[in-house]
Design a protein around this ligand. Sequence first.
Ligand SMILES: [Fe+2]
Length: 208
Amino acid sequence: MIDIHSHLLPGVDDGVQTEDESRELLQEYADAGFSHIVCTPHLHDPYVETKIPKIRGAYQWFSAEAEKFGITTFLGSELYMSPDPGKSIPFLGRFQLIETNTKTEPMYLLDEVFKLQMQGLTIIMAHIERFEWFSLDSQISNRLKEMGVLFQVNIGMVSSGKVQKYMEKDWVDFISSDNHGKRRSSIDFALWKQYEAINKRSMSLLGL
Ligand SMILES: [Fe+2]
């Protein structure tokens, strides 16, 4: 099992704040049988402060801790798409998780996604169920799909109608946690493990 969207690096963004909590969560992932975690701290999100210089150091610590639990980690990022999104950290050298404005259809999105693709990146749209402008019928969602953008949903929303409709149409490439630590939400690992087929597809898309 793999989680490609998480905020588990202590003290970096609005996710986990302490090393103790990071360790506790690693234990939960290990108990649930997870083999891989991608750390995706927010980058350039206008609503979240990220201590960018702390990312690498926090990741080094986290990655060594995770190894003790038998979990392989990768460093990535959740890039907020604006008309000029700036530098990002793709995981496995080529996968970039993105998010953007939830309320308004961003006119620049397709152009900016295309520019990232031209840099050789594979784009993964985070928690598609969260965007009010995203739907099975909207032109922009279908265009993103045609462009080869991969789609991620949050495990916390899987039992809601907002996600089921995408599953039925085979639009879900990744189920992930978007884990911000215990004070935000707890993760239903038992439910997650029922979606083995999607996890298999995720692994093969990532070449793992
Ligand atoms: Fe996130």
